[in-house]
Design a protein around this ligand. Structure first.
Ligand code: AMP
Length: 197
């Protein structure tokens, strides 16, 4: 047991020090803004260039983990599909489990579901019924917080399943959409990169 922990520590220490430091500005610069995708008027924040670069990728995961290292997180709930990209390594970094939060009809077993309003129509998030157990502290993670509707519905889903909320983690926050106002007012929110346009 001790040997195993020792190895893990050495591995982490090595991993943390085997990459050069990059700045938050470098991460910010790597996010590509694609105008008019997927519809006219939307400035889409594309985080995939970060994934192409192992130094930026590692730095992004560490920056996501930093505010929550002492938050007692037992599981990260990643919102599909781009919330899986960084959510999985984030869970590993925090020594936590991972819950896939999916859109309607994608999960094979019994689910809890939560509907939420969109500008036009409604959407729905689902989670397997055995994903949250008593005592779990869940960190919700998405790639981007835009209007905050999906993250807010995910929080309700976690509560419905009896989980405690450790906070919200996003790689990108779109300040101009004020999504954080839809989240629980006392929740810890950890965006790594903020954009005002
Ligand atoms: P929302 O519920 O409005 O916060 O956004 C739901 C999801 O849509 C986010 O988790 C993003 O993956 C995606 N999304 C919305 N707006 C954008 C955008 N401008 N750029 C990239 N992704 C976006």
């Amino acid at each position: 047991m001790h040997f195993h922990l020792g190895i893990q520590f050495v591995f982490r220490f090595f991993r943390m020090n085997s990459f050069p430091e990059v700045s938050v500005q470098a991460l910010h610069d790597a996010v590509r803004t694609v105008p008019d995708f997927p519809q006219p008027g939307i400035a889409f924040k594309d985080v995939t260039p970060i994934l192409l670069d192992p130094v930026l990728f590692r730095q992004a995961v560490e920056a996501l983990a930093e505010p929550f290292r002492d938050a007692g997180v037992t599981k990260v709930a990643g919102i599909e599909a781009r919330g899986f990209l960084f959510g999985l390594p984030l869970a590993e970094e925090l020594d936590a489990g991972f819950i896939p939060i999916r859109k309607q009809g994608k999960l094979p077993w019994r689910t809890y579901r939560m509907e939420y309003d969109l500008e036009y129509g409604a959407d729905c998030v689902e989670m397997h019924m055995d994903a949250v157990v008593q005592g779990d502290r869940i960190l919700i993670h998405g790639d981007v917080i835009a209007t905050g509707g999906t993250a807010a519905a995910t929080a309700k889903l976690i509560r419905k399943a009896g989980g405690e909320l450790a906070g919200f983690s996003f790689l990108v926050e779109l300040d101009y959409l004020s999504g954080r106002e839809r989240l629980e007012s006392d929740a810890a929110i950890g965006p790594v990169l903020r954009f005002d346009a």
